[in-house]
Design a binder for this molecule. Structure first.
Ligand code: SF4
Length: 290
């Protein structure tokens, strides 16, 4: 693993999207979790680097830049998505300890946030998360796509074990925080089995999660090439069926319809809400900062 310090011109990126938040903050470029379906690899091309998983860039001035933005009179305390591209709690964060500084600033400037992660390192900051939840709002989500540890280690090799992630969800919920579950991407035939999905919904209900977001695997850009290479080498039996599915629009559409029907049925059966939007914290412009 190689690390390099870089500087950023701004801590926040404006995202114009259909999503209910419009600001993104990424401390790191590159991600040590190394998920085979990662959609963010493309972002390394802007650094003239091809190794998104092993060359990690650390924005050393991000805290100072964030404070400049938050203290500005123009800042409306809108929701910030912490780690929209790369995981804020990937292993390097353990020594860098940048997230606590960011959370302290958000508390100080009463700015709400969203965090999604595959790392239980987030528990280190639980007291700050609770405080932010009180003063401005925070929504946390864990991504878990399979309950099979062996499979998870192959498709998300750098992430924490599934067991640890489930335990962290419970701890965060017990602390009174809003916690969701990202069941995405669902890989057809592999994590998209009825057995896997049913167990996930069962455990989601046991954990009393606030919502679950589900989505089928989307193979955009280079992700398609990397993903099929992985399948060929690691799960050769699934390679051809998956290749056929992703190269036949009718077949793909049929599969997707059946999958989404199953997800709807499971949501009803296990009382899992799939609408995350009502949990996105709202900006609190009217609050005084002091
Ligand atoms: S956690 Fe997200 S950014 Fe990191 S490798 Fe996995 S998919 Fe990519």
């Amino acid at each position: 693993m190689k690390y390099k310090l870089i500087t950023c011109k701004s801590a926040l990126n404006k995202i114009s999207s259909f999503l209910p938040y419009h600001w993104d903050l990424n401390i790191y470029r590159g991600c040590q979790h190394q998920c085979v379906y990662c959609f963010a690899r493309y972002s390394h091309q802007y650094l003239n680097d091809t190794d998104f998983f092993h060359n990690i860039y650390i924005k050393e001035n991000i805290v100072e830049e964030l404070e400049k933005k938050l203290k500005s009179k123009n800042w409306k305390r809108e929701v910030i998505n912490l780690g929209g591209i790369t995981d804020s709690y990937q292993p390097i964060e353990k020594e860098q300890k940048i997230m606590p500084k960011i959370l302290k600033l958000l508390i100080q400037y009463k700015t709400p946030a969203i965090i999604s992660t595959k790392s239980t390192l987030i528990l280190r900051d639980i007291e700050l998360l609770k405080e932010l939840h009180q003063v401005a709002g925070i929504q946390i989500a864990f991504t878990i796509t399979t309950l099979d540890e062996e499979l998870a280690k192959k498709i998300e090799p750098g992430a924490d074990s599934v067991k640890m992630r489930i335990k962290a969800i419970k701890t965060l919920k017990q602390a009174g925080l809003t916690v969701g579950w990202h069941l995405m991407p669902i890989i057809p035939y592999i994590t998209g089995t009825k057995n896997n999905l049913t167990k996930i919904f069962q455990i989601g209900e046991q954990c009393q999660i606030d919502y679950m977001i589900t989505s089928i695997l989307n193979l955009r850009g280079n992700t398609r090439k990397y993903f099929f290479e992985f399948m060929k080498n690691t799960y050769p039996n699934y390679h051809q069926p998956l290749y056929n599915l992703y190269h036949n629009k009718t077949k793909y559409k049929e599969y997707k319809t059946q999958l989404y029907k199953l997800l709807d049925d499971l949501s009803l059966k296990y009382h899992i809400n799939r609408n995350y939007q009502k949990y996105v914290p709202k900006q609190k412009e009217q609050l005084s900062l002091f």
